[in-house]
Ligand binder design. Structure first.
Ligand SMILES: [Zn+2]
Length: 227
């Protein structure tokens, strides 16, 4: 049992109530969409400490060996406002997910080659439900790109995508703060809890001692690793 300070509990309860009220209808969506659930990505409490239970599973390899590139185009740089093992706004099922502060309409690219398995594209920014794209990779894992802009998808279910290919624009569907929620499920369709720790082979920016991305740090997407 993890011990939390009283202020942490208070923040947790506030966030939980906000999430439930915000995401009531989203909870009716497909089980797959619920895993890594974007609806918990309210602009919560990025200052909360990382969950020690989660950290036991947070093992990152060397970034240069990662099969993933940052989910935005080479040359652009965005700040992480919530990283893996954040205890509040991602819940237990999306704890390895990362939130990038990306403005409305910024290009989102495939982080890894694969086949598009699900596209949700119809929900408006700052509404109750979120748009998302799932891409299944050759090893059976599946990337989740969440809070995408309404109507911005450039791919369809069944399409093959390559790393670095533009797939949509970032938005604020299902959230009150424009950002991209990125996570990787260990299987498709996802089971819960199911997501895996990832870092990126073309990121420029300081990683933490585990090799994971750090909250509050801006990461630039380099061309190396994309050829
Ligand atoms: Zn998120």
């Amino acid at each position: 049992m993890t011990r939390m300070s009283v202020p942490s509990w208070r923040r947790f309860l506030i966030a939980a109530v906000a999430s439930i009220s915000r995401c009531g209808s989203a909870a009716l969506m497909a089980a797959g969409a619920l895993l890594l659930t974007g609806c918990f990505s309210i602009p919560g409490h990025p200052d909360d400490p990382q969950d020690p239970e989660c950290l036991k599973h947070a093992e990152f390899g060397a970034p240069e060996d990662s099969p993933y590139v940052l989910p935005y185009p080479v040359g652009s740089a965005y700040k992480v406002f919530q990283t893996y093992c954040g205890p509040v706004s991602h819940g237990k099922d999306g704890q390895m997910s990362i939130d990038f502060l990306m403005p409305l309409g910024a290009e989102v690219v495939a982080s890894r080659a694969g086949i598009v398995r699900q596209v949700t594209d119809r929900f408006e920014d700052f509404g109750r439900r979120f748009n998302a794209i799932y891409v299944e990779h050759e090893d059976g894992t599946a990337a989740f790109y969440g809070h995408l802009k309404q109507g911005s998808s450039r791919v369809r279910v069944g399409d093959h995508v390559v790393a670095g290919q533009v797939i949509a624009s970032s938005g604020a569907s299902g959230t009150s703060l424009e950002h991209l929620h990125f996570g990787v499920a260990s299987s498709w369709p996802p089971r819960r809890p199911d997501d895996v720790p990832v870092n990126f082979r073309n990121s420029q920016g300081a990683l933490d001692e585990r090799g994971g991305l750090r909250r509050g740090i801006e990461y630039r997407a380099l061309a190396e690793g994309l050829e």
